[in-house]
Design a protein around this ligand. Structure first.
Ligand code: S3P
Length: 434
């Protein structure tokens, strides 16, 4: 573990090679949570050993789960749906919105009270989106202004959930699905704009009966989750940093294998292709009820784009790196309907706008949109706002920067992609930790 917290990235030679991206973050969280609620023993392979997902392991251990980690393999001896114990201390979700939101759904339905909190960034993020629907089905949650820490008064008598999407959020949907596991009557979930369905896929993998059609799903609580090994594909959000790096750095050619390509996560690939990116997907197959495939990218001359609407949730975490692709494209790109980006680990519209301006790119924004004029990245110093995806996006920008690009506060990269810097160095990127 290094104590450096800043990066210098210089213009680099082409990135050429095949890289292994770590396991998907969303599925890693869900594997630990649902694995702990299942009956029997299961092994999770290619688990993401990042700070966020380790916070989930610790949280479930605090609730009595028997979890053993060996590198990126995790062994869980599930205690069943009703096997959780009252934690003796406050649960710490660290930087993870997924953990606090999904776990709140479970904690609201227990026969004990509990408290959950997080780091400074998490304590600023909106929790009303989960508190309100949980309370409307009988849950009791105390907080200051609907922000963490949350004190959750468990209740065994929640009423069935009829979820009608307000914000397109897989975390909100999944939080309510977690509660619904404990509600005997049927709960239904309707999404106007579909979001990642990893919770649904994993429940099915663990033999849980769900009725699904295009935009909705329903299930009864109290069914058994049957332990079954889980193999996790590589995280497309993490891969995207290297996909864009390969596209914008002249003569690059990068290959990835076994990347999770859940259809609600691949918006980034469609949009980059619209921009003229040479991206090839092959060897598509299913593992543990999720699609994975191999991806090859070649340096490409990118055109600007204009996107909004339903595509946004399918690339929500990839928007910062997409903005870097737009900065390297030949014209003005406009991305609208992205207000949600202001409520992530940082206000990502503000963080990207300030950073891009500092390195010579013309940008303007409104509350829910951004306009980026492609041009020369001249280099300079930017702040990551302690946000992993902002730090990694600017590290990629540094690869084509005229002068050095200095990125401040990059420790947080470890929340989602601990070996990002090593992977970048291995591929030939000129990057220094300071
Ligand atoms: C996630 C859903 C998304 C995403 C986050 C992970 C998940 O959040 O940004 O990184 O695992 O369900 P929202 O549901 O808030 O959009």
């Amino acid at each position: 573990m290094t104590s450096s917290n800043h990066l210098i990235v210089n213009k680099s030679d082409p990135l050429i090679g095949k890289i292994q991206i770590p396991g998907d973050k969303s599925i890693s969280h869900r594997s630990i949570i649902l694995g702990s609620l299942s009956e029997g023993q299961l092994k999770v392979s290619n688990f993401l050993t990042s700070a966020d997902c380790i916070a989930t392991v610790n949280a479930m251990r605090q609730l009595g789960a028997d979890i053993t980690m060996d590198g990126n393999q995790v062994l869980i001896r599930g205690n069943g749906l009703y096997g959780l114990k009252k934690p003796s201390d406050v649960i710490d979700a660290g930087n993870s919105g997924t953990l606090i939101r999904l776990l709140s759904g479970i904690l609201a339905a227990q026969d004990f009270n509990s408290s959950i909190t997080g780091d400074e960034s998490l304590k600023k993020r909106p929790m009303a989106r989960v508190i309100k629907p949980l309370v409307s089905c009988g849950a009791s949650i105390e907080s200051d202004d609907c922000k963490a820490p949350l004190k959750i008064i468990g209740s065994k008598s929640l009423s069935s959930i009829s979820y009608n999407q307000d914000i397109a959020s897989a975390q909100v949907k999944s939080c309510l699905m977690m509660s619904a596991l404990y509600i005997e009557e049927e709960s239904t979930f309707y999404e106007k704009t579909p979001t990642r369905d990893h919770t649904e896929n994993l429940l099915e993998h663990l033999n849980y009966k769900i009725y699904r059609n295009n935009n909705s799903s329903s299930f009864k609580g109290g069914q058994k989750l049957i332990a079954k090994d889980i193999v996790i594909g590589s995280d497309i959000s993490s891969a995207s940093f290297f996909i864009v790096a390969g596209l914008i750095l002249k003569d690059s050619y990068v290959e990835f294998s076994n990347v999770n390509i859940n259809k609600y996560r691949t918006g980034i690939l469609s949009v980059l292709k619209q921009m003229g990116a040479q991206i090839e997907i092959s060897n598509v197959h299913k593992i543990s009820n999720e699609y994975v495939g191999d991806i090859k990218v070649k340096y490409s001359k990118l055109k600007p784009i204009n996107i909004s609407g339903e595509i946004i949730p399918s690339l929500i975490d990839e928007l910062p790196i997409l903005f870097i692709a737009c900065s390297a494209a030949s014209g003005v790109s406009k991305i609208s309907g992205i207000e949600e980006l202001r409520y992530k680990e940082s206000d990502r519209i503000k963080a990207m706008e300030n950073g891009l301006k500092a390195i010579g790119i013309k940008v303007s924004s409104t509350q829910d949109s951004i306009e980026i004029t492609g041009g020369k990245i001249i280099g300079g110093k930017i702040d990551s706002y302690d946000d992993h995806r902002i730090a990694m996006s600017f590290a990629v920008a540094g690869l084509i920067s005229e002068t050095s690009l200095i990125i401040m506060n990059t420790k947080n990269i470890a929340t989602s992609f601990p070996n990002f810097i090593t992977t970048l160095k291995d591929l030939g990127g000129e990057v220094y930790e300071i």
